[in-house]
Design a protein around this ligand. Structure first.
Ligand SMILES: [Zn+2]
Length: 425
């Protein structure tokens, strides 16, 4: 049976190449959320012809959803001929902007030297195409299967996934009994299984001051100088403390195997709007810093927040007139699927069969849609596995290797067979 499945994938190589190119030609740039509907309809049409029942679900009222830019998701499902588990392949259809530095058209779907080029080729239209081909090949080789198979194309992953997987999860699309196992074909390299991701806490810290004439700053209170002391305290106390927090999570790259903090942006006083004139001479009465803290399974969110608040409170005690506000912007808990979870062992078996080696088990430094499957759907049998080289994501001249897509489609098809039948055949 396994041979039949592998050959079936191989026979669909041209179809896989064409599908990847076709998907890249929809410029599904997010923001603003361009071309979501035609792209979702294209996927739905294809799968309907192959016997799937197809639903379109618009993330109404989610961030960015308008009649000009509707958040259109597609979910396709095919039932087996007897009851059993449901395996769901979820891919995001949105891509980030092309940006500068391309030597070829980012939305032409150019095929060259064994690769398909374009924005989203790697992240993650190549993965979406590979999963569709894996399923189509599987249906050809094994039309008699138990359970059900689902394929979804969802929006907005690049901006948090609120109109996509989060929305669908809130409607029950990512929960039992509808779905049992979820594979997200993000570009994590074809021989690695991504079990989850670190957590995120974004917050905005504002220091307060008092406006005065810039020639007599002693009459006011400079919010930017207050922020300077916050940065100093972070440098002295927080960054070294974070460096010391190591994790047992197998995060890649290794530099991210600890707590990290990015100072995302800082603004204070008058805005840049005065250009091309001059600013007026004022003492700034506000300064805002956005922080992006990535945390570990070993950490509690309360402690993550607490160590920042402790520094700010200390400054308040020690420094005259220092006052601040802190606002949460976003928080996502870390998640890590167990290594002996069914979806992990099934895909691992696929990797052994195709590459004759043990898979690497990794954790992503940043989050992806698995967070919504876990937190909203309460479904923990979920991984990211797909072709595409992680480092190429979001870069100019992004590409995905055709051989990589074929092999990872074979891995997915073997994993699918194991999950549906429960045993190797
Ligand atoms: Zn992605």
């Amino acid at each position: 049976m396994r041979d039949k499945i592998l050959k079936s994938v191989e026979s669909l190589e041209q179809s896989l190449i064409d599908l990847t190119s076709d998907l890249i030609r929809f410029p599904t740039i997010n923001p603003p959320g361009e071309a979501y509907t035609p792209c979702a309809e294209f996927i739905g049409e294809r799968l309907r012809k192959r016997g799937f029942s197809v639903e379109f679900a618009r993330g109404e009222g989610t961030p960015g959803d308008t009649d000009r830019y509707p958040r259109t998701n597609v979910v396709a499902r095919i039932e087996g001929n007897r009851p059993g588990a449901c395996v769901h392949f979820n891919s995001h259809i949105d891509v980030v902007e092309a940006g500068e530095g391309w030597t070829l058209d980012p939305f032409a779907g150019i095929v060259k030297d064994g690769r398909v080029y374009g924005r989203g080729a790697c992240d993650m239209k190549g993965g979406l195409a590979a999963s569709i081909i894996a399923v189509e090949a599987y249906l050809e080789a094994c039309p008699d299967f138990p359970g059900a198979i689902e394929i979804s194309g969802t929006v907005d992953e690049e901006s948090g996934g609120f109109g996509g997987v989060a929305y669908l999860a809130s409607k029950g699309y990512f929960s039992k009994p509808r779905v049992d196992h979820v594979i997200i074909p993000e570009p994590l390299n074809k021989d690695r299984i991504c079990l989850g991701h670190r957590g995120v806490w974004w917050a905005e810290i504002e220091t307060k001051g008092e406006i005065a004439h810039g020639s007599m700053p002693f009459l006011g209170d400079c919010a930017v100088r207050h922020m300077g002391t916050v940065l100093e305290a972070f440098e002295r106390d927080l960054f070294p403390a974070l460096d010391r927090k190591q994790t047992t999570m197998p995060v890649v790259p290794e530099g991210a195997r600890r707590s990290t903090l990015n100072l995302n942006s800082i603004h204070g006083g008058q805005t840049d709007d005065f250009r091309p004139g001059l600013p007026s001479p004022n003492v700034p009465d506000w300064c805002r810093l956005t922080i992006d803290r990535r945390f570990l399974l070993e950490e509690k969110i309360e402690d993550v927040k607490g160590e920042v608040v402790e520094i700010l409170d200390r400054l308040k005690r020690e420094r005259s007139k220092f006052d601040y506000e802190i606002r949460d912007v976003m928080e996502v808990r870390p998640t890590m699927t167990e290594r002996d979870a069914p979806v992990v062992t099934a895909v691992a078996e696929g990797i052994r069969a195709i590459f004759d080696r043990e898979p690497d088990y990794v954790i992503s430094p940043g989050t992806y849609d698995q967070k919504h499957v876990a937190r909203i759907g309460h479904l923990f049998d979920c991984i990211a596995y797909g072709p595409g080289i992680l480092d190429l994501a979001h870069r100019p001249d992004e590409w995905v290797g055709i051989q990589d897509m074929i092999q990872s489609a074979q891995v997915m098809a073997i994993g699918l067979d194991l999950l549906l039948h429960g045993t190797a055949r």
